[in-house]
Design a protein around this ligand. Structure first.
Ligand code: AGP
Length: 609
């Protein structure tokens, strides 16, 4: 959470910082601020709310400078307000700090600094860092930052500037992500790649425990202990258009429509020429290790956890390995039982989710092998894993995850085939058929996205309702959960996902004509049972919106609204079924006038526990 940017070079800093902040706004939008240095003068502008508010402030009170820092905040310590907005300054206003993370021992440090006469103006943990640096500052900001960081416990990605040295920005990282962008005569700093993609594709990933000195001459990286570190720059290959809305009103909608491309790129290069096998070289497991897996634990949060639930059904069915799916935050504190035959699969779009990252460390510490499924190259979780299978969804900017989810499902499907073939629980012929079905799903997905009029009409009918129930069986159950989560996130409508059979054990009491029930009622083994659940809802005057398989005429007699999805093999149905639910949530949110890409209280990557 929180996004930080920085610039040093020969151009005006403000437009570059604002542009970067806009691209990081998905990380938090409670308040924003920038600071620049100009001929020894340090100026700070901040405001509560989004970047457009900051732009207004800067229009009224412009600032100059060719070196600067910026921040967009997701509040942890201290409510969203101008005083709590970053950058934070020391007592004399001689230095500024922007920070992403949490300083856990801030209260004891605040007490110590308070006794020494430091005066605090905010309720944040970050302000402590500014005062600590002030305490240690003589003639080198770098040295003072180093000393200050030795005192803090917690996580940070931070940038600091001092009016005593207008030629440097000092940055450091422990726990929260930070990248440095390089260009002739200029250096950039950001929490994530999209912020600087327009400026440069040459980046350095700062590692935990590293500190970097940014100047017009380039960057020097050292350890906190002051030892030089040789870093290699990475060339980012992302298409810049992926980080633009390209005519769509919202990133969420654009990303929903990008799903065929995201899946195609995720599949690309991973299928053997004859179409009968899957290559996952990055998996980081030897053949022997694959054969010796006795148990799989999937750890994730939110939407990624839902992808894990879908995988549980697939992996158990096709590889016959027992699978457990755990909320990362629960798993990490449970002293889990793991041995060398346990494979841990961590799923995370961002690769920075604090709970998933901690669970990965916990699992590895206990002797398990960890492979991660991630969308962000070089992210913290990937660096802590034994193997990584990347989804190639491209940057996901909308806070509600859409294309990352279906790309995760694609990887999990391929992983199932890979393990099934390696352990001979899937025959070459069956594998080939399943790969063919995967390729065909792409076309079906495109078809599904061609016409959303039905969904818009349903959104129009129901957007004023305040409660929804989502029901599904088998793989339809995690899709019900995901559909409900999407609706909650972007339209602020209360929605519950349930296994359809559980309805009669409680939620049925909620059903009346004001409660629309979305039922994932696709053809398959459990179809008849789902029809009975629909009858149960109807008998209580509930309204049913059914997600049905193309050609199913019977369901029309039972449900009030029907959304059809193309037929495919059962393990691939979640990829198709989730899309109308994403669109439904999106259109309802738009009709309710919600901030679709930046829903209240949320942030894209949750880097705090
Ligand atoms: C998805 O729409 C959510 N914004 C959220 O649940 C998300 O999936 C969760 O925070 C996990 O994020 P990750 O995949 O980046 O780890």
């Amino acid at each position: 959470m929180c996004g930080i940017v920085g610039y040093i070079g020969d151009r005006k800093a403000v437009p570059i910082l604002l542009e970067g902040l806009k691209r990081l706004e998905y990380r938090g939008y409670d308040s924003a601020g920038i600071a620049t240095l100009n001929r020894g003068k340090l100026t700070v502008r901040r405001c509560q709310g989004k970047i457009r508010g900051l732009e207004k402030v800067l229009k009224k009170k412009p600032v100059e400078g060719r070196i600067g820092l910026g921040h967009t905040r997701w509040a942890t310590h201290g409510r969203p307000s101008e005083e709590n907005a970053h950058p934070h300054t020391d007592c004399r206003g001689s230095l500024v700090v922007v920070h992403n993370g949490i300083i856990e021992n801030y209260l004891s440090l605040k007490e110590e600094l308070g006794k020494e006469g430091h005066v605090f103006r905010s309720e944040t943990d970050t302000e402590i860092i500014a005062h600590l640096i002030e305490k240690y500052l003589c003639d080198s900001l770098e040295e003072a930052v180093r000393k200050a960081l030795r005192r803090v416990k917690g996580s940070y990605a931070l940038g600091a500037m001092w009016k005593g040295d207008s030629e440097k920005i000092i940055v450091a990282r422990s726990g929260s992500p930070l990248i440095i962008g390089l260009k002739e005569g200029e250096c950039f700093l950001a929490s994530d790649i999209p912020a600087i993609l327009k400026e440069t594709r040459k980046v350095i990933y700062l590692e935990n425990g590293e500190i970097a000195i940014l100047s017009r001459e380039g960057v020097k990286v050292k350890t906190l202990g002051n030892k030089p570190v040789a870093k290699k720059a990475t060339e980012i290959s992302w298409d810049t258009r992926l980080a633009e809305k390209e005519g769509y009103p919202h990133f969420m909608l654009k990303e929903i429509y990008e799903q065929p491309r995201a899946i195609e790129e995720t599949i690309w290069g991973r299928i053997s020429e004859d179409g009968s096998n899957i290559y996952l070289k990055e998996i980081g497991l030897s053949k022997r290790e694959v054969k010796s897996i006795k148990r799989i634990i999937i750890i994730a949060c939110g939407t990624s956890w839902h992808a894990g639930l879908v995988a549980e059904y697939m992996l158990e069915e096709y590889t016959r390995i027992p699978v457990e799916v755990e909320y990362a935050a629960e798993f990490r504190y449970r002293n889990p039982i793991i041995d060398k035959h346990t494979l841990i699969i961590a799923i995370s779009q961002s690769g920075e989710t604090a709970d998933t990252l901690a669970a990965v460390k916990e699992a590895r510490g206990a002797g398990g092998k960890v492979i991660s499924i991630c969308n962000v190259r070089g992210s913290s979780i990937t660096r802590e894993s034994d193997g990584v299978i990347y989804t190639h969804a491209g940057p996901e900017i909308g806070v509600a995850s859409t294309k990352a989810f279906t790309s995760q499902l694609t990887v999990l499907y391929m992983l199932t085939l890979f393990l099934g073939r390696a352990r001979e629980t899937i025959s070459p012929t069956a594998c080939k058929k399943m790969i063919t079905a995967l390729r065909k799903v792409l076309e079906k997905l495109k078809l599904l996205l061609e016409d959303d009029r039905r969904i818009v009409a349903i959104a129009d009918r129901f957007y004023r309702h305040n409660n929804f129930l989502y029901l599904g069986r088998g793989k339809g159950f995690p899709i019900a959960l995901e559909g409900a989560l999407k609706l909650k996130e972007v339209s602020y409508i209360h929605a519950e996902g349930y296994p359809a059979a559980e309805m009669k054990h409680g939620p049925i009491a909620l059903i009346d004509k004001k409660m629309p029930v979305v039922v994932i009622a696709l053809k398959g083994r459990r179809y008849e049972k789902i029809l009975s659940n629909i009858e149960e809802v109807k008998a209580r005057r509930g309204t049913v919106i059914a997600l049905a398989s193309e050609g199913d005429e019977e369901i029309k007699q039972k449900a009030d609204e029907v959304i059809y999805i193309p037929r495919t093999i059962v393990p691939l149905t979640p990829i198709l079924a989730v899309v109308p639910l994403q669109l439904l949530a999106y259109h309802m949110a738009v009709k309710r006038g919600c901030s679709v890409d930046q829903p209240r209280n949320l942030a894209k990557s949750v880097t705090v526990e």
